[in-house]
Design a protein around this ligand. Structure first.
Ligand SMILES: NC(=O)C1=CN([C@@H]2O[C@H](COP(=O)(O)OP(=O)(O)OC[C@H]3O[C@@H](n4cnc5c(N)ncnc54)[C@H](O)[C@@H]3O)[C@@H](O)[C@H]2O)[C@H](O)CC1
Ligand SMILES: [K+]
Length: 522
């Protein structure tokens, strides 16, 4: 494996504190001296800081009692030698041996050290090394007070490994936590940084690779890790690109969307536009008869199936053309804009023998039916795409404070692939394989954005379903593509300019960007 591939691979691994400790122990047992590793990590962080355009030259180092504090002290010493005015805040009575040595050496260099926050002079930025993955209990007393004060200073804070106070696994705030502007996660992604409850504390996150041997990672996490971070690399390997030169339209999937009502016609259009951007070969959309002309005008390439409708303008039953049955399609996606009147249709699609995505009203109906565990009887994959509210209706017993655990439980109960939407969308399959999307934008928290995702996912699935791909990888690919489109659109149009229709127009631009990256990187 070349260096580039190894770098890509390290970006997908996600570890708990216990796993990181195990990886670390293997490295130390193999002979790497602990001080050498701390020195290396500290210098990597220092170099990274110097490569950023930092305003000002005075820096406050927040040093804790453990090795996170040791890292921070190395960074402080290096910045001191590079001409920065360094001040150290170290309020602990007892330090771990190595950290203590760095603290003594910093003092001998004449770097001013303070144990009271009030004594620390005004700094241009701060480096937070109070606690890393060794934080075990709630932060209280004067340390908690200091953290609360520091957060009010409104200075850039660069946290080492994790914002101090954030639980390494759950992302929960243990008493209080540093609000970082930037977090340098060390070696491998800590699970807590990918949990929604940590978002307000992490700021921008990046991985500082310090050359952990792959064998040590795999010895602890296994060949194929259970919890993974979605990266562009996954997407490149899962997308149906490049297309075969001898492709036929019926060979690149036939997706059936069942969506829309007189009341929510827009949802059907957005789902259709999401599917269109996926490149699906054939697209059929079943809608109530009365909105068929609208759909035809927006999606002239799609086969719009007008169905008999209820008095309220919801589909009353599916009327597929000619000999077509539900099993004629490669994939079915059902839900956006349907209203909750369409219970028989949801029951019908659940009996189909093709991969099925259930979203929005289909999920609400599923919750009402109370038959969610019957999904286990399906012979083809089922994908559920709830947001928090829908998830709660479907799985009232499952706590999603820890969203990773929440989706894993839901997936094992139902046998479905469960995707829990949010700022850190999490996806799990029945076996517990989990993907987390760590790059997103609040611009996507807007009506219609989920409809686009459902269409896009159905479209990708339709094209790759007959290949040797893991379903959860395809779902993760759709999530990544969708959020990257949001990020790109927000960059160009601001976060307010990303309505769901605009989002659909950015989907293919993301792919064009990926292709450019691939060509540039060879
Ligand atoms: N991952 C690696 O290979 C490397 C990690 N490094 C850095 O080391 C920390 C982890 O270090 P550790 O000493 O295990 O833990 P912490 O520094 O996070 O702090 C532990 C320290 O704090 C005490 N403590 C725990 N909770 C509290 C509390 N609520 N209040 C007060 N004190 C508390 C505990 O008893 C310990 O004494 C990792 O994050 C990296 O930054 C290496 O330097 C490089 C390699
Ligand atoms: K920290």
């Amino acid at each position: 494996m070349n260096n580039q591939d190894l770098k890509h691979l390290k970006e997908i691994f996600v570890v708990t504190a216990a796993q990181m400790r195990d990886v670390e122990s293997r490295i130390f047992a193999a002979g790497m001296p602990i001080p050498a590793l701390m020195e290396k990590v500290g210098r990597l962080i220092c170099d990274r800081l110097l490569s950023m355009t930092l305003k000002g030259s005075s820096v406050g180092i927040l040093a804790g009692p453990g090795h996170n504090g040791g890292d921070a002290l190395v960074v402080g010493r290096e910045l001191h030698f590079r001409g920065y005015n360094v001040w150290i805040y170290q309020p602990f009575g007892q330090l771990k041996e190595l950290t203590n040595q760095h603290f003594y050496y910093a003092q001998s260099l004449g770097i001013p050290c303070f144990s009271q926050l009030a004594e620390l002079p005004d700094c241009d930025f701060l480096v937070d090394g109070l606690f890393g993955f060794g934080l075990e209990r709630e932060i209280t007393g004067n340390i908690a007070e200091a953290i609360n004060h520091l957060n009010l200073w409104n200075k850039p804070i660069f946290s080492i490994d994790l914002p101090s106070g954030i639980h390494t696994d759950t992302g929960a705030v243990l008493g209080t936590a540093i609000c970082a502007s930037h977090t340098f996660c060390l070696g491998l992604w800590k699970q807590g940084l990918l949990q929604e409850q940590a978002i307000q504390y992490t700021g921008e996150t990046e991985l500082i690779d310090f050359d952990i041997p792959l064998a040590d990672i795999q010895a602890v996490l296994g060949e194929i890790p259970t919890i993974k971070r979605i990266t562009q690399n996954l997407v490149v390997n899962t997308l149906p690109l490049p297309l075969s030169p001898i492709l036929h339209k019926y060979k690149s999937g036939h997706l059936l969307l069942i969506c829309g009502s007189k009341r929510y016609a827009g949802g059907a259009i957005l789902t259709g536009l999401g599917a269109r951007a996926s490149g699906i070969g054939m697209l059929s959309i079943a809608v109530p008869e009365s909105i068929k002309p609208l759909l035809v005008s927006h999606l002239p390439e799609a086969l719009i199936i007008g169905c008999p409708e209820t008095n309220n303008g919801a589909i009353s039953h599916l009327q597929l053309p000619g000999e077509t049955t539900l099993n004629s399609f490669t994939v079915i996606a059902c839900g956006p804009g349907l209203t909750t009147e369409v219970t028989p249709i949801v029951e019908q699609v659940m009996k189909s023998e093709v991969p099925l995505i259930l979203d929005a009203d289909a999920l609400n109906i599923l919750a009402q039916l109370g038959t969610i565990t019957s999904l286990k009887n399906r012979h083809q994959p089922t994908i559920l795409t709830p947001h928090g509210g829908e998830f709660h209706r479907l799985f009232p017993e499952i706590d999603i404070t820890n969203r990773v655990k929440g989706v894993q439980t839901a997936a094992s109960q139902t046998g479905a692939i469960v995707l829990l939407k949010g700022a850190r969308t999490a996806i799990a399959n029945e076996q517990g394989v989990t993907w987390v999307n760590s790059e997103s934008t609040p611009a996507l928290a807007r009506g219609g954005s989920g409809d686009v995702l459902t269409g896009l996912m159905g479209g990708i699935l339709g094209q790759v379903v007959n290949r040797q791909v893991n379903m959860e990888d395809v779902v993760a690919t759709a999530v990544w593509w969708h959020s990257q489109a949001g990020i790109l659109a927000a960059k160009e149009r601001t976060e307010l300019g990303v309505d769901a229709f605009t989002l659909t127009q950015y989907l293919s631009r993301v792919l064009a960007q990926i292709q450019t990256d691939e060509i540039c990187m060879g």
